[in-house]
Ligand binder design. Structure first.
Ligand SMILES: Nc1ncnc2c1ncn2[C@@H]1O[C@H](COP(=O)(O)OP(=O)(O)OP(=O)(O)O)[C@@H](O)[C@H]1O
Ligand SMILES: [Mg+2]
Length: 454
């Protein structure tokens, strides 16, 4: 079904067009003047506008210019009387699709509307095609585990059921969400992503639901929220477990009714969205600890899809490696680099805590850092150096969660114990080694309550 907006001040024309177009199974909105029409455009999805050139208040040409500026994809058909046919021709020059002359021939009207819709459809298709050409995210891998994920995607994509994607960092959750959208009947409508973790608590509501002009300081104009932008498409709520409890309550309400008010507004807006959520947290823990509402969980978790970590489907490593090598090879290279057998063995045993994202970054780095055609195990070790980070993590160990003063004291105590033991509790030897005076060391032994047993 397509959405058509008729802007005409003549009641008779509005009524006739509504009847005729509804008979053709279109949805029709009506407006009496330009202002009203523009208001409709802000809230309703519209594919084609039928616009009278001669309107009270704002003239048709000005309305046309505004539409073309703010909604370049919408096709506009002009209605004009014989007296102002020149204006209609001018309108076509500045971007109207076509014009209809009064008195309206209904057959002609229908044909022109169908053609405009066709053009709009083609434009959309073209845009999506381009998007998919530039689409860098292809899903690579043929492990059983990934095949299972693929199967779930194709089984669930067609329906409108809500999907909850789980999995560690960098396993490809976002990729899965986009793939579901691409395979769904909503593929030509927007895929809108919200990263719940990166939006400040104070802004998230306006981000999700939009706001009216003047709803708060700096709200200079009305703004659509993500729910509205995703209308007829897919809304992807990423990192959903990072939403505050108060936002969770609001989102829950919206999901129950698919209706909400913009901030500072009275009017309730209803939307048609398919919801996909994702998190890398262990959601049962979040629920148990009271950080995530169980009722919201049930709302979003109709079909769960678990994306397994790379270490659990290491047979994908080879395909992924080849794919990223090709992707990141230098412009001057014909053939992508390869890993030697022992190098590949290291990669296979490595736990990949950052999963595919880590692998991707690693291969990009290797392509920049080495000239080797066949990459050696040494190069792999040098570049797989999450190692240092992990050593720091180990070093911090239990200190990581303490205040500095406490951590410093704890560390000092353990350090002294160790050094004293190494020097058989000999004060002058130990103080000499650690570079403080013997009396200073005595003070510290007292301070930390260290017992000096032989
Ligand atoms: N099977 C795959 N084939 C090719 N590329 C992949 C695959 N899985 C993930 N990637 C790539 O790895 C990167 C990380 O994937 P993505 O952002 O989807 O992960 P994520 O699970 O959403 O991570 P996070 O939890 O950190 O948000 C992206 O660049 C993505 O294109
Ligand atoms: Mg993600």
């Amino acid at each position: 079904m397509s959405n058509i907006l008729v802007i005409d001040d003549e009641q008779g024309i509005r009524t006739v067009l509504k009847e005729v177009l509804e008979d053709e199974a279109h949805h029709v909105d009506l407006a009496e003047d330009g202002f009203q029409g523009l208001l409709v455009l802000e809230t309703e999805p519209v594919d084609v506008v039928i616009l009278d050139v001669w309107l009270p208040n704002m003239g048709g040409i000005d309305v046309l210019k505004k539409i073309k500026k703010e909604y370049p994809d919408i096709e506009v058909i002009i209605i004009s009387g014989h007296a102002n046919i020149k204006v209609a021709v001018q309108a076509v020059k500045i971007g109207a699709f076509d014009f209809l002359e009064k008195p309206l021939s209904l057959d002609k009207t229908i044909t022109v509307v169908e053609n405009a819709l066709k053009l709009e459809e083609l434009k959309k298709e073209n845009r999506n095609l381009k998007a998919s050409l530039f689409l860098e995210d292809e899903m690579i891998g043929s492990s059983q585990q990934l095949m299972k994920v693929r199967e779930l995607i194709s089984q669930s994509a067609q329906s409108d059921s809500r999907i909850f994607i789980l999995g560690e960092n960098g396993t490809g959750k976002e990729l899965v969400a986009k793939e579901i959208h691409r395979q769904s009947r909503r593929a030509n409508a927007p895929f809108i992503e919200v990263n719940c973790a990166s939006i400040p608590e104070t802004l998230i509501e306006s981000e999700l639901f939009g706001h009216e002009r003047g709803a708060f300081t700096n709200a200079f104009s009305r703004r659509k929220g993500k729910f509205e932008l995703a209308d007829r498409g897919t809304l992807f709520l990423d990192e959903i477990a990072d939403m505050s409890l108060s936002t969770q309550a609001k989102v829950l309400r919206v999901l129950q009714e698919l209706k909400f008010e913009r901030i500072g507004g009275e009017e309730s807006v209803s939307v048609d969205v398919r919801l996909i959520s994702a998190t890398n947290k262990r959601i049962e823990d979040e629920i148990r600890e009271g950080r995530f509402r169980e009722d919201l969980f049930f709302r979003i978790n109709v079909i769960p899809i678990y994306v397994p970590p790379l270490r659990g489907r290491i047979s994908d490593l080879e395909d992924l490696t080849a794919y990223f090598m090709e992707k990141f090879k230098k412009a001057s290279e014909n053939e992508p680099k390869k890993f030697s057998k022992p190098a590949m063995e290291i990669l296979r045993c490595y736990p990949w805590p950052g999963n595919i994202r880590e692998l991707k970054n690693f291969i990009e780095r290797v392509n920049i850092m080495t000239e080797e055609r066949i990459i050696s195990p040494e190069t792999v070790r040098d570049n797989l150096s999450l190692r240092e980070e992990r050593e720091i993590d180990d070093l911090l160990g239990r200190f990581g969660s303490m205040k500095l003063i406490q951590a410093r004291d704890e560390f000092e105590r353990e350090y002294l114990l160790k050094k004293l033991k190494e020097n058989q509790n000999n004060i002058s030897k130990t103080s000499n080694f650690i570079g403080i005076t013997p009396s200073n060391l005595h003070n510290k032994i007292k301070k930390f309550g260290i017992e000096l047993k032989r």
